[in-house]
Design a protein around this ligand. Structure first.
Ligand SMILES: Nc1nc2c(ncn2[C@@H]2O[C@H](COP(=O)(O)OP(=O)(O)O)[C@@H](O)[C@H]2O)c(=O)[nH]1
Ligand SMILES: [Mg+2]
Ligand SMILES: [Zn+2]
Length: 325
């Protein structure tokens, strides 16, 4: 942009920005700016936890130059004129949990997490394809992913669940079992969560909020209220919330995060999200192989030999939008 002249309007805006920046630096020097983490978003406000006073929450307005603010965001904020504070800056995110908005555009639903727990249950019944979408999206976002079978108290015949989950264990994923109601399996779950910032994802009704309530009995979780208040298209009810774990680490719960999935990704990007496909990627006859019906497809040959699961391959085809799958 060297040599480009700014319009008078632009120049005025730049000067205003500089003034504001100086303003902020001066306030930071004066110690009025504080560090915090976003606990939850409510429409055009956020609840911010003061980094200096864990557990102390402040309702804050959001400075209009901040494009997006979600649970887990690290921010700089200060006291405002009224009872509310003001978030003046957001730190760069290390990761984002994306979900499509009403136009299908991916938007951050939570920030700065490092793993997801994909919760499935006998009720509502699990779909391998949905599980694969979550896993591929997690791989794409650079998030560690675990699979958790909840409501084991409702299971009399384990065989179909073992059959569903064995392939995931075989390709390296941790598979946990738990019962939110009887508090069974929670010790293993807690151990897997300690020291991490984790979001629970999965279909509505699998027990994500119940698990969080079982892990954090002292927190007041309005589980029923949350599940019932979800109305499609109403942003206020789909906000994520961040909780601290007693042994260290954070949990993020959100009714809306169940929609976390891959949105319009290129086949090459989807394929990389299937960890067991990776040894074959780049070894097909055609460099731009989409692994559908191309001759000399190394991945399809691996499926035929039984080295890659047919079900996972079918999920891949469905995600990339193959009409024959
Ligand atoms: N039997 C049984 N029911 C559970 C368990 N966990 C949750 N539920 C029930 O499943 C329903 C949905 O739970 P909820 O936590 O709101 O699911 P979410 O939509 O994934 O957050 C509620 O009626 C819970 O009481 C469990 O381990 N066993
Ligand atoms: Mg819930
Ligand atoms: Zn191929």
């Amino acid at each position: 942009m060297a040599g480009r002249r700014l319009s008078q309007n632009q120049a005025r805006r730049v000067r205003a920005l500089h003034r504001r920046h100086e303003d902020e630096s001066r306030r930071e020097d004066a110690g009025t700016l504080r560090a915090g983490v976003v606990i939850a978003r409510f429409g055009r406000q956020v609840e911010v936890e003061d980094a200096q006073a864990p557990g102390v929450l402040h309702r804050c307005h959001i400075r209009s130059n901040i494009d997006s603010l979600v649970a887990g965001d690290r921010v700089a904020w200060e006291s405002g004129d009224d009872a509310h504070g003001v978030v003046v800056a957001r730190h760069a995110r290390t990761s984002e949990l994306l979900r499509p908005d009403m136009h299908g555009t991916p938007r951050a639903a939570a920030a700065n997490l490092d793993q997801i727990v994909i919760v499935i249950a006998p009720e509502p019944p699990p779909h391998a394809n949905l599980l694969d979408r979550y896993l591929a999206a997690a791989e794409d976002a650079g998030l560690h992913a675990l699979v958790l079978l909840n409501k084991t108290d409702l299971i009399s015949d384990r065989a179909p669940f073992d059959a569903l989950l064995a392939p995931y264990h075989a390709i390296g994923y941790t598979v946990l079992h738990a019962t939110a109601h009887a508090a069974r399996g929670l010790a293993e779950l807690e151990a897997a969560l300690t020291g991490h910032t984790t979001a629970f994802v999965g279909q509505s009704g699998v027990g994500k909020s119940s698990l969080i309530a079982a892990l954090l009995p002292h927190e007041t979780l309005r589980i029923g209220e949350l599940s019932q208040a979800v109305t499609k298209g109403r942003h206020t009810t789909t906000a994520a919330r961040l909780y601290h774990l007693p042994a260290g680490g954070e949990l993020i719960d959100s009714p809306g995060i169940r929609e976390f999935s891959l949105v319009h990704f290129e086949p090459v990007r989807v394929a990389r999200g299937f960890v067991e496909f990776r040894p074959w990627l780049g070894t097909c006859r055609f460099r731009d192989c989409r692994h559908r019906d191309e001759p000399g497809c190394a991945l399809r040959e691996a499926v035929v030999r039984g080295e890659v699961s047919q079900s996972r391959y079918a999920s891949y085809l469905q995600i990339i939008g193959d009409p024959s799958s």
